[in-house]
Design a protein around this ligand. Sequence first.
Ligand code: NAI
Length: 254
Amino acid sequence: MGNLDGQIAIVTGAARGIGQKIAVRLAADGAKIAVIDLKAEWCEETVAAVAAAGSEAIALGCNVAVSQEVDACVKEVIAKFGRVDIMVNNAGITKDGLLMRMSDDDWDAVLNVNLKGTFLFTRAVARPMMKNKAADGTQLGGAIINLASVVGIMGNAGQANYTASKGGVIALTKTTAKELGSRNIRCNAVAPGFIQSKMTDVLPDDVKKAYMDTIPLKRFGTAEDIANCVAFLVSPAASYITGQIISVNGGMIG
Ligand code: NAI
């Protein structure tokens, strides 16, 4: 199989989009996957794709913004697979609007899913990851990947809640790396640029062209581009990389 043989990965928001591609990519590298989304039944397609990639998956329904659900979810993963080695905090939402008109509810909803959800899963997997040890007592730890965004680095009009949540994810990534590094738990963020998706397909052509003009590689990214970066960051090849924000944006910003 691959360089993640025997490892257990949790991927949130994995019913579709980028999370689904990450789950399948890590499965192809040998990891068994806990596919997490709001409803377990939404995850069937991903579970089947993981099986087709030669691995095994379970589907669990969990709202990443609710502490008790997150803790119960991690317990269930450990009951089923015995351990957690990889955590991918991918679930995310947008509720765009200009700052002056943004409601409290829209602010809270986005911060709760994107930032608090990332904190809750990180807290829940930290202790189980600390217990990962080799037969000779070597600390195996684990790898945590957070999905940030290019707009969490540069800001974006109409996305006060979303950009603040992703900026928060970036800071949380660096702090997690500092707190858990001594246990060999690495934490990095991937900051996608403009990724082809159902969300971006519906944008007007002139908006797409304006984005394209800022991308030196002259194409939009794909979910696979993001999954490839995640696969590298969780692999042994990245064992000395932690606390970093890796932009995958075609050169949009440095
Ligand atoms: P998507 O909307 O296609 O998928 C997100 C998934 O998260 C969905 O399956 C949804 O049901 C799930 N989800 C939403 N709220 C949840 C909750 N409370 N609990 C559990 N699951 C929940 O989004 P996409 O495009 O695949 O994005 C994935 C990540 O990448 C997000 O964090 C997003 O912010 C980030 N990103 C995406 C970019 C893009 O261009 N598509 C660009 C930059 C970052």
